[in-house]
Design a protein around this ligand. Structure first.
Ligand SMILES: [Zn+2]
Length: 379
């Protein structure tokens, strides 16, 4: 069955490419609301054109961030949730020097891999099922425009949309063709040290150095890293002090934490809460929190992967799985206990980089795979 779907998709290669060209041709940087509005309105019209009228659409005002749309398309049973963010990391004007281009099997353009191609896969997968007269599940599609900046506005919308769904497919880019069955949780923290300023030469005993406190905290934080457990802690930015002859009154550091298990997240939380200044006159405070919870490879996630692997094998493709350090909106849904298959989108490389590209054959293959998996989920 997947072979026929693949044949049909391949026969529509030019149509898929034309849709991808049009979508990549509309710039949607996460921090430009009017550009995001234009992009979302284009996608809305295109979706209705390609899939017909949805049963229901929920519009959510994103405030300063991109607006969110949740579409329900009719089908069998509880819906399958499809996550497709429409924002990219590329600023307005990038297209002028880097237009959508196809050269053989390689298509490039800003946001093509992460993750404009993915939405084209999802839409054409549904079209392929309809064309083949195969039943498909009810589908709930979320379009959000703030994923690249941590989904501040869309997180609650995504979590609510996951209620009552049977599985979630995240059409984010693959990792060298592998789907993502586990993702690390990501925490972003700031540690602030406050001390007491004093003349470093005349009155050193009156001072309590915030820089000294921060330096000790940095060593303690880096000591929390546990590569075997999948935990990394990195203080990537520090600032503090005013002059070399003043004992520093303030200093702070930005911390990136990644964990593979909820237990490790709890361990890091406890260690952060226990951070204390060395000098009683100084103080340490921690701000920030977990931007995205960890996505652990549950039995339910393994089951959806297995289903996709079986279908891919029918095409002669070995669908590998992997665990990655980067988080996505899939983390939110997985943390609620729902099965999630992430990285189900483009085959290519170069997310957030100037060599961002996809494989055109990969696009056709993954579209057929998405169709087959959706069909299986309907049964
Ligand atoms: Zn993405």
């Amino acid at each position: 069955m997947i072979r026929e779907l693949h044949e049909w998709v391949r026969a529509h290669r030019d149509d898929l490419l034309a849709d991808l060209a049009a979508y990549v041709g509309i710039e949607t940087p996460s921090d430009d609301k009017s550009a995001l509005d234009r992009g979302l309105s284009w996608v809305d019209g295109w979706l209705r054109d390609r899939l017909g009228a949805p049963e229901n659409v929920q519009d959510v005002d994103g405030g300063p961030y991109g607006d969110i749309k949740v579409y329900d398309f009719a089908g069998i049973g509880e819906p399958v949730l499809l996550l497709c963010h429409y924002d990219t990391v590329w600023p307005l004007g990038t297209l002028a020097e880097w237009p959508f281009t196809v050269d053989g099997d390689r298509a490039t353009g800003p946001g093509i891999f992460d993750m404009k191609s993915g939405l084209v896969h999802a839409v054409w997968a549904l079209r392929a099922l309809d064309a083949a007269g195969l039943p498909r599940p009810a589908v709930r599609l979320v379009l959000n425009g703030d994923e690249e900046i941590g989904s501040p506005a869309s997180r609650p919308v995504i979590e609510a949309a996951a209620a009552g769904t049977r599985a979630t497919l995240v059409f984010e880019a693959s990792a060298g063709g592998a789907v993502k069955t586990a993702r690390k949780g990501v925490g972003i923290f700031r540690v602030r040290a406050t001390g007491v300023e004093a003349h470093a030469g005349l009155d050193p005993a009156k001072g309590a150095s915030a820089i000294d406190e921060l330096a000790r905290a940095v060593l303690a934080l880096h000591g929390l890293s546990d590569p075997d457990a999948g935990t990394t802690v990195n203080v990537g930015v520090i600032e503090g002090g005013t002059r070399s002859n003043v004992i520093a009154g303030a200093a702070s550091g930005e911390v990136d934490v990644r964990v593979s298990t909820a237990a490790e997240a709890a361990r890091v939380d406890a260690a952060l809460a226990a951070l204390k200044a060395h000098d009683p006159r100084a103080a340490l405070t921690v701000e920030g929190g977990w931007n995205r919870p960890v996505m652990e490879r549950s039995a339910a996630i393994a089951k959806v992967y297995e289903l996709a692997r079986e279908e891919a094998a029918q095409l002669g493709v070995t669908l590998r799985e992997c665990s990655v350090g980067g988080a996505s909106d899939g983390n939110f849904v997985a943390a609620l206990g729902h099965p999630v298959l992430d990285g189900f989108g483009a085959v290519g490389d170069g997310a957030h980089a100037r060599h961002e590209h996809i494989s055109v054959e990969g696009m056709l293959e993954r579209t057929a795979l998405a169709a087959a998996v959706l069909h299986r989920l309907a049964g």
